[in-house]
Ligand binder design. Structure first.
Ligand code: SF4
Length: 318
């Protein structure tokens, strides 16, 4: 019997297929937004998922948050299937922080109600809610006085701190951060990243960090997965990935790191400006139409994930 605890979160061969176009004159299209993704994150770890807009990273985040059911595969939290938990239990274990704090916070509710809502949904009374809300606001660098304000009365960085306070108020095990700093000024981005890193250490949080911004991921994550057209094409410890990428797509992303456009995906990865249609995935290696080192067999042979020098990579030539 091994005494090792299960990973905080484990993704096992997860796929999500969306059906599009159901009109009388248009044939249905099936988009494999996430296509056989597997990885595990130990308790207290920070795992990054990067890729261009449309690669499937935000769909993956939504699957982990239980906002969509997977079409196949399993998601486990502390060894238990997410599919076997009800909404309340999932909310106690996993919470999100989204990109745009302005649109994710109800503009008509006071901060105390926004941050306290998850507590109210768990049946916790008003006095206890108020105590915990104030404690959490102070923990994320806000003040008790801000509890009575509306979101519009706060700055962008303060609103993202409110979103983090709301995510942490139930003391979840896992926080899924989907582009949490993309809508913020550069100077505020660093403060929010440092806050997340600090909270992770103090509270033993496990973070799943979805971002198009490689510099942000390098700053905060221990391990990174690179997604392309629904697949993880490379996964490695952060340092290894950033200093010796094995997949040509990862190398293209890293070459583009100097020209990030927050919120708009990665602008120029030097691979042409057309992202392939996810409903019409190329045969063979799905990256071959854009790959600068593709050879003939890449058009017909599908690369499988292999371990190469301590990292997982899907490339016939790696
Ligand atoms: Fe490029 Fe071929 Fe490797 Fe795919 S398998 S990444 S096309 S070299």
């Amino acid at each position: 019997m091994s005494g090792a605890p299960p990973p905080a979160i484990e993704i096992r061969d997860v796929a999500k297929i969306f059906r599009q176009g159901t009109g009388a004159f248009s044939a249905a299209r099936f988009v494999r937004a996430v296509d056989g993704v597997s990885f595990a994150v130990p308790a207290g770890g920070c795992f990054g998922v990067v890729g261009e807009s449309g690669c499937g990273k935000s769909t993956l985040a939504r699957l982990i948050l239980g906002l969509h059911p997977p079409s196949s595969g399993d998601i486990l939290v502390d060894g238990r299937r997410l599919a076997d938990m009800d909404r309340r239990e999932r909310a106690r274990l996993i919470q999100p922080v989204f990109q745009d704090p302005f649109s994710s916070l109800n503009p008509r509710r006071a901060i105390r109600d926004i941050v306290g809502l998850p507590l109210a949904a768990q049946g916790i009374g008003r006095a206890e809610r108020e105590r915990r809300v104030v404690e959490m606001l102070e923990r994320v660098g806000l003040t008790a006085e801000m509890a009575g304000r509306l979101p519009a009365q706060l700055s962008g960085g303060q609103r993202q701190r409110v979103a983090i306070a709301r995510a942490l108020i139930l003391r979840p095990r896992i926080v899924v951060c989907d582009e949490p700093t993309s809508a913020l000024d550069v100077s505020v981005q660093a403060q929010i990243l440092n806050l997340l890193a600090e909270l992770r250490r103090e509270l033993g949080l496990t973070l799943l960090f979805i971002s198009h911004n490689l510099a942000v991921v390098e700053h905060i994550c221990d391990e990174v997965a690179v997604m392309y057209l629904g697949r993880v094409v490379e996964r490695a410890a952060t340092e290894k990935l950033f200093h010796a990428a094995a997949h040509p797509y990862t190398r293209a992303l890293l070459a583009s790191v100097l020209t990030p456009e927050p919120g708009l995906g990665i602008p120029d990865v030097g691979l042409g400006d057309t992202y392939p249609d996810p409903a019409n995935v190329p045969p063979g290696c799905r990256f071959h139409p854009r790959c600068p080192i593709a050879v003939e067999r890449c058009r017909s042979e599908t690369p499988l994930p292999r371990m190469v020098d301590g990292r997982q990579v899907e490339c016939l030539l790696a």
